[in-house]
Design a protein around this ligand. Structure first.
Ligand SMILES: [Cu+2]
Length: 157
């Protein structure tokens, strides 16, 4: 009886987790918001996700915020002249019928001024504000360092 109950609740927990990985606002589908665990001495972090614009109209991501950080900003990052440079973006274009992916080494949401470091397994809310589609709150899952791609290590805040 107990074993059966446990199996059922595990099943429910799994299906909830997979549903929570995708969010819809208007014609936009936001999937797999994630972040990575950071050493305690770093006061900031980054959040990543992808936005699929299923509509015929271009949209723009114009603001981000999270209660987990004092400040959340849109950043882009690229190597130029052998140097890794980060740049603050005021908005990110989300063209019609396309997928824009925020990922390590490229575009990301930068979180600064966090009182507690990000811990693997933690989830925290992030609000994305789009010019046309409106506002959506997603849950960002913090991944352990091992699960990340090797190019994730380059970005320090
Ligand atoms: Cu950054």
């Amino acid at each position: 009886m107990i074993a059966r109950y446990l199996a059922l609740s595990a099943l429910l927990a799994c299906s909830t987790a997979s549903l929570a990985d995708e969010y819809q606002v208007g014609e936009l589908l936001i999937s797999q918001p994630w972040s990575r665990e950071l050493p305690a001495e770093l006061p900031g972090g980054s959040a990543y996700f992808s936005v699929h614009n299923q509509g015929n109209q271009a949209d723009r991501l114009i603001a981000v915020s999270s209660p987990r950080a004092k400040k959340s900003t849109l950043h882009t990052q690229a190597v130029s002249d052998g140097m890794l440079r980060m740049q603050h973006l005021t908005a990110m274009d989300i063209p019609a019928h396309s997928v824009v992916t925020f990922k390590p080494g490229a575009d990301h949401v930068m979180l600064s001024g966090m009182e507690q470091p990000l811990k693997a397994g933690e989830q925290f809310p992030l609000t994305l504000q789009f010019e046309k589609a409106g506002t959506v709150e997603v849950l960002v899952s913090v991944q352990p360092v091992d699960a990340q791609s090797s190019n994730a290590s380059a970005h320090m805040h």
